[in-house]
Ligand binder design. Structure first.
Ligand code: GLY
Ligand code: MN
Ligand code: MN
Length: 463
């Protein structure tokens, strides 16, 4: 955990952003895997973690904005718990670690909330995302579960976004450590990407690196020779020469800060001419986008820089045609790059997404597009110093999408459908890095992970 003042300072800042009422943060509970006593590995709620730090099930925190105090609710262990889990510090001792002096057993939370409701006080809470929390909140507040979302506190959500989006130096350091573990995961995966290997053997090995070095993976490992499927979790294919292997994987530590990195390598370790051609286009888009990162620049503009580079590169290869700027403006690149350039990264791999994508990524100045492709951009507004973002352009040849566009002759002024047809067996390429927005630009976080054609071919020759 961070020092206690980190958590008390965060709560102080949150308090300064809100005017009155009770702020309620419910920690996560255990979630059954296949029967009640056999649970998934415990993962604390990120907002609870950010403001109250403690990392075990069945805790809640409140901030009484009118009374000016914070309180943690949780139960001390009894002898039955001690037999199974060993001795644990009291809730009071744990609370002191995060700068909280007031504590009470969990059942007292209900009374306190009921009392506040009776007095007509505002209860601020964020959108719940787990069934257990939805039921807990619904029972406690007397709000039918389907109506909880309509009752969340927008002032609280906006205040949390303002705080959590701008990373403190200690948070950046934690993310950076996780990128360093991702370096080991990815370089190991690259070296294993040889013909005859089954995908799951690489996926399992790199997940094992995460578990042995820090904590779990920060999202289920995406690893496939069918990288044209953007989030491919099927790991049963045998690697064959001529395919590219996409590995999109990161990890999180005990504080829950995450990394999220993608690399794509040719099975066998040598790019053929066709692979090299497409790879260099994605790499150019990745680098051009990064170069544009600085405070005040709308992320949507940076997305369009990557889109234009992709249109330029594919035009040079004869896959697209016409004026690349116009092609990108008209959305022709979305046949090959249908997703957004990136997203915030932090305690969540898509940081804060549970609070509502549009509240995080858009504002009055930059509103979400409804156009295919751009609509998938999770974040479009201006960057600020301290934001941590992923930059992850890609090119994919999705046969089903190509067939639909071709049948409609869609944007045919910009696409050489006959040439595209010859790439239907290609797969996909994505290159993803994690960057910090600095005062005057950007910094790529962590130990550099091989990325150029030369670097990848070199490391894949190492045993
Ligand atoms: N790891 C999923 C993503 O890159 O957003
Ligand atoms: Mn990723
Ligand atoms: Mn990502």
């Amino acid at each position: 955990m961070f020092p206690s003042t980190v958590y008390s300072d965060r709560r102080k800042k949150l308090r300064a952003e809100l005017s009155g009422g009770l702020v309620l943060f419910l920690g996560n509970q255990e979630v059954p895997f296949n029967y009640p006593a056999n649970t998934y590995s415990f993962r604390q709620d990120s907002n609870f973690s950010y403001f109250f730090g403690l990392d075990h099930p069945d805790l809640a925190g409140i901030m009484d904005l009118d009374g000016g105090f914070d309180m943690i609710f949780g139960n001390d262990v009894d002898i039955d718990d001690i037999i199974w889990m060993g001795v644990q510090p009291t809730i009071r001792d744990q609370a002191a670690l995060v700068g909280v002096t007031e504590t009470a057993p969990l059942k007292a939370l209900n009374e306190l909330v009921t009392g506040a409701l009776t007095q007509g006080r505002k209860i601020h809470f964020v959108p719940p995302y787990r069934g257990e929390t939805i039921l807990w909140l619904s029972d406690m507040l007397g709000i039918p579960h389907l109506e909880l979302k309509a009752n969340v506190s927008e002032p609280l959500i906006r205040a949390i976004i303002r705080l959590r989006m701008k990373k403190e130096a200690i948070e950046v350091a934690e993310i950076e450590k996780m990128v360093d573990v991702a370096w080991k995961m990815h370089t190991t995966g690259m070296k294993m990407a040889m013909p005859g290997i089954v995908e799951r053997s690489i996926a399992g090995t790199i997940e094992g690196i995460a578990l042995s070095e820090c904590g779990p993976v920060s999202f289920p490992v995406i690893l496939s020779i069918n990288g044209q499927t953007l989030h491919n979790h099927y790991h049963g294919n045998t690697l064959v020469e001529g395919r590219m292997l996409v590995i999109d994987a990161g990890c999180e530590n005990d504080l829950h800060y995450a990394s999220d990195i993608t690399r794509t390598v040719p099975v066998g370790g040598k790019f053929n001419a066709r692979q090299k051609g497409i790879y260099e286009v994605v790499l150019t888009a990745n680098l051009a986008a990064m170069k544009a990162v600085k405070p005040g620049v709308p992320f949507r503009d940076i997305h369009m820089i990557a889109a234009t580079e992709i249109a330029k590169g594919l035009t040079a290869l004869g896959i697209m045609k016409g004026n690349p700027e116009e092609a990108a403006a008209r959305g022709a690149h979305t046949l090959f790059f249908p997703h957004g350039l990136g997203h915030p990264l932090g305690l969540d791999v898509h940081d804060l997404e549970g609070l509502g994508e549009n509240l995080i990524g858009y504002d009055d100045e930059v509103q979400r597009s409804k156009e295919f492709g751009l609509a998938f951009l999770r974040f479009g507004r201006k960057l600020q110093e301290g934001f941590v973002m992923t930059i992850e352009p890609g090119i994919y040849f999705i046969p089903e999408l190509i067939d639909i566009w071709k049948a409609e002759n869609k944007l045919a002024a910009f696409i050489n459908y006959d040439v595209v047809e010859t790439y239907k067996d290609f797969g996909g390429i994505r290159i993803e890095d994690d960057v910090l927005v600095t005062a005057d630009g950007f910094r790529v976080l962590g130990k550099p992970i091989p990325k150029t054609v030369e670097e990848i071919e070199k490391i894949m020759q190492e045993i």
